[in-house]
Design a protein around this ligand. Structure first.
Ligand SMILES: C[S@@+](CC[C@H](N)C(=O)[O-])C[C@H]1O[C@@H](n2cnc3c(N)ncnc32)[C@H](O)[C@@H]1O
Length: 354
């Protein structure tokens, strides 16, 4: 059972005013704070929230992913947020996201909680290089991106197209020989292509070369300096790893919350989107992931995926492989096929071990 203190006690303990404590409670910044009659009571072990009035936690304009990403969780975020483990920011002091993509949930957690340790990972080497450069070399990155933005926006029709395809060729030549020296250039090209290509897709051919055509955006924002600064600041103490999700094994303990967002199992052939990297994520990979997740018994774990019941109510693939965990069916709005047509409400899975 939780033990509580009053707002007055919390104010003394944290060296802030009682009014400020009440505001923090009203803003839901203190997990498990509750109203008793007309006063707030606060769990004794609650940690003083970081001052939400500083830049780091800009509530009106929180940091958001600096790229678009297939399967990005922006839309589902309000639902996911409601299902965070109860003691986020108090007993849960470590966040791991080992299949991070653009990191919609990562940035929400970083915007909201002060964690002792945050670890992210992805198999996509260029994506991870970009996260690292945003964290460590922001000003040079911004310099390149604003040049690209200026050029892209002043060109029209065929000359703009020519610029896009030249940049794509340059990216492909650089990623064939990735080094520390060309890491900033690769990251700038990665963001430029992401903001200007068709639907922000990252798709590569068998040789690992990026092959998405130009999109048809009139005036895309290529260099969002303000958001890049916020994300860079939030990434300051984040450990960024490139590789398979299993690399987070050593970080999983009682203090961790781990969110897995793998490539979704296709609902049907036309919704198939693979090739985030050259490797596909098939049913065997889903089973390997479920086995790994089930082995993480100390940490609080959440995983998302598509719900096969949308197309076949007898397809219990995930119910079977995640047997023993909580399988929540939640409603989401999704582009149902790869061409972005057929948006609609469908059910998705949020699986938790808590
Ligand atoms: C659905 S996306 C994640 C989207 C993310 N939640 C967001 O908000 O943008 C899945 C990610 O898993 C990564 N991935 C695929 N196989 C992986 C593996 N074995 N280990 C780690 N990451 C992997 C892909 O590169 C991709 O970025």
């Amino acid at each position: 059972m939780l033990a509580y203190m009053t707002a007055k006690d919390a104010a003394e303990k944290w060296n802030i005013s009682r009014r400020r404590v009440n505001t923090l409670c009203q803003e839901n910044r203190i997990p498990n704070a509750a109203m008793l009659g007309n006063m707030w009571i606060i769990p004794i072990e609650a940690v003083k929230p970081v001052d939400g009035r500083t830049n780091r936690y800009d509530k009106k304009n929180p940091a958001k992913p600096f790229i678009k990403w297939a399967g990005g969780k922006g839309q589902l975020l309000p639902t996911i947020r409601k299902m965070y483990p109860q003691k986020m920011g108090t007993e849960i002091r470590k966040y791991c996201e080992p299949m991070v993509g653009a990191g919609a949930v990562l940035f929400d957690v970083l915007n909201t909680y002060e964690m002792d340790e945050v670890i992210i990972c992805d198999t996509n080497a260029e994506l991870i290089n970009t996260f690292t450069v945003v964290k460590d070399n922001l000003s040079k990155l911004i310099q390149l991106l604003s040049e690209y933005e200026k050029t892209h926006l002043k060109l029209e029709c065929d000359s703009r197209k020519e610029f896009y395809y030249n940049q794509r060729d340059l990216f492909n030549s650089q990623i064939q020989k990735p080094t520390k020296q060309n890491s900033i250039l690769r990251a700038a090209l990665f963001i430029y292509l992401n903001k200007t290509c068709f639907n922000g897709l990252y798709r590569v051919n068998r040789k690992g070369l990026f092959n998405v055509p130009m999109g048809s955006y009139k005036r895309p924002t290529i260099c969002d300096t303000e958001n890049l600064k916020k994300t860079s600041e939030l990434l300051r103490n984040v450990t960024i790893l490139n590789g398979d999700y299993q690399c987070i094994k050593d970080y999983a303990d009682e203090k961790s919350f781990i969110y897995f967002d793998p490539p979704y199992r296709p609902l049907n052939k036309t919704s198939e989107f693979t090739s985030y990297t050259t490797d596909d994520f098939n049913d065997e990979d889903q089973i390997r992931l479920a086995t790994f997740i089930k082995s993480l018994t100390k940490a609080k774990v959440m995983a998302s995926n598509s719900d096969p019941h949308n197309v076949d109510e007898n397809d219990n693939f995930f119910d079977d492989i995640y047997k023993g965990l909580n399988i929540n069916r939640v409603s989401a709005i999704r582009a149902i096929n790869s061409k972005g047509k057929g948006r609609g409400k469908i059910s998705e899975l949020l699986i938790t071990n808590y």
